[in-house]
Design a protein around this ligand. Structure first.
Ligand SMILES: NC(=O)c1ccc[n+]([C@@H]2O[C@H](COP(=O)([O-])OP(=O)(O)OC[C@H]3O[C@@H](n4cnc5c(N)ncnc54)[C@H](O)[C@@H]3O)[C@@H](O)[C@H]2O)c1
Length: 387
């Protein structure tokens, strides 16, 4: 397999600084890259069944080049795996393999595996070495970088977890060739997010080049590297989200509520799709509050639609709870501070900001206007209107 010289992006965190390597063929040199930074260690690979079927042999071969023969824990794919039960399974598997604190937990999968394995690495023996080998686009551009780990609770997403930074991130862009197109699109939402937060030129570049990013040419690695730079910048500035790291939650408050409302049923809505709808709603809501122009909201919606992402609540198949219930999911979200609603809003493309004390009544009216029941009844009225 040909190995391109990878792009290296550094996440600057003092003595915990680490590299993100981005390029194709990186699985084959995983062992060499890991042992250069963490010599003489043993490892457990945490993965899911889809990723294991497509790529585990290649990773094992890459690790074998330096004599690492990992314990492998393979979990079912899907958001429901980010649970206490599977956390226990991973913790038990790592302990059963008799790994020590200085040994490595390798997360080999999408964001679900990264979040879960990272959490396990953060708590087993009070914190083990951790390496991320992200295999979904979403994980390569977002979740594998920055050290946020965790699982879901019945009360909401990502409510239980720790900050635990990896020692290395290896983003092999070649493994994305086996990613289902729907998952690729979902990851693309998080990629576009960086443009929408504060990189308007990147968003404009994506509007021009998105088809090449999907097709897998050099533009794909270029876009992933740009996203990693954006994420690394924010994480280095605000590791523990006491300030502007919260901007990365653009679209997530609405998105998480929609995910909870669909009970994390990936057949209806996967995380990145929730983020896509959430970003479109954040722009539309900002326009309703006279912060952003309706043209900006329309531009964002048009791009999400062009790449084939859902962008309205009505795009989610099946029934949803009413607007009040959606608001209740939002107020349960962890970005609610002492009852006040905090949202990431925007003054235009690439001009996101943290808005505290957003009135719940405004959110509720907005959700009512955008709720499928409302839109369907509007459609019904339009159909009944005489020409
Ligand atoms: N920690 C963070 O900072 C952060 C940031 C964003 C999202 N997240 C979390 O990430 C999760 C979503 O991540 P995701 O979208 O990667 O979901 P995922 O891990 O469920 O992966 C999506 C699907 O793609 C499959 N897959 C992954 N790589 C593949 C490959 N190369 N070939 C074939 N199939 C492959 C998986 O098996 C799964 O079915 C959510 O739980 C979200 O909360 C965390």
């Amino acid at each position: 397999m040909s190995v391109d010289a990878p792009v290296v992006v550094e996440v600057g965190l003092g003595d915990r600084t680490y590299d993100i390597l981005i390029g194709s063929g990186l699985l084959s040199r995983a062992g060499a890259e890991i042992s250069r930074r963490l010599p003489g260690t043993r490892a457990a690979v945490i993965t899911d069944a889809n990723v294991a079927a497509a790529h585990l042999d290649a990773l094992k071969a890459g690790l074998e080049t330096v004599g690492i023969q990992p314990a492998v824990i393979t979990l079912p794919p899907g958001e429901k795996t980010k649970s206490f039960a599977h956390l226990e399974e991973v913790v038990d598997g790592v302990l059963a393999a008799k790994l020590e604190r200085g040994d490595i937990v390798i997360a080999f999968g999408g964001g679900v595996i990264g979040d879960l394995a990272g959490f396990a690495a953060g708590i087993v023996r009070r914190g083990m070495n951790f390496v991320q080998i992200p295999t979904s686009l979403l994980a390569q551009v977002d979740s594998s970088v920055g050290g946020k780990t965790g699982i879901n609770s019945a009360r909401g997403k990502n409510l239980v977890g720790v900050f635990h930074q990896p020692k290395l991130v290896l983003a092999d862009t070649g493994v994305l060739d086996t990613l289902p197109i729907r998952e690729f699109r979902a990851g693309y939402a998080e990629l576009a997010k960086y443009g929408l937060i504060d990189r308007p030129e990147f968003f404009a570049w994506l509007e021009e080049n998105w088809a090449k990013v999907f097709a897998g040419g050099p533009e794909r690695a270029q876009a992933i590297a740009e996203a990693c730079r954006a994420k690394a910048d924010v994480v280095a500035r605000d590791e523990f989200e006491t300030g502007d790291r919260a901007l990365l939650n653009l679209g997530h408050t609405f998105g998480h509520a929609l995910e909870a409302a669909t009970r994390y049923d990936g057949a209806r809505l996967v995380h990145g799709e929730g983020v896509a709808i959430g970003m479109a709603l954040a722009y539309r809501f900002s326009s309703r509050l006279n912060l952003a122009s309706p043209d900006d909201a329309a531009r964002v919606e048009a791009h999400l639609r062009a790449v084939g992402l859902p962008w309205r609540i009505v795009d989610i198949p099946g029934d949803l709870p009413d607007a009040e219930a959606l608001l209740a999911f939002i107020t349960q979200d962890k970005k609610v501070s002492r009852g006040a609603l905090t949202f990431i809003l925007t003054r235009g493309v690439g001009q996101a900001f943290i808005a505290k004390d957003v009135p719940a009544s405004e959110v509720l009216s907005f959700l009512k206007e955008n709720h499928p029941s409302q839109q369907e009844s509007r459609l019904g009225q339009q159909k009944m209107r005489p020409r």
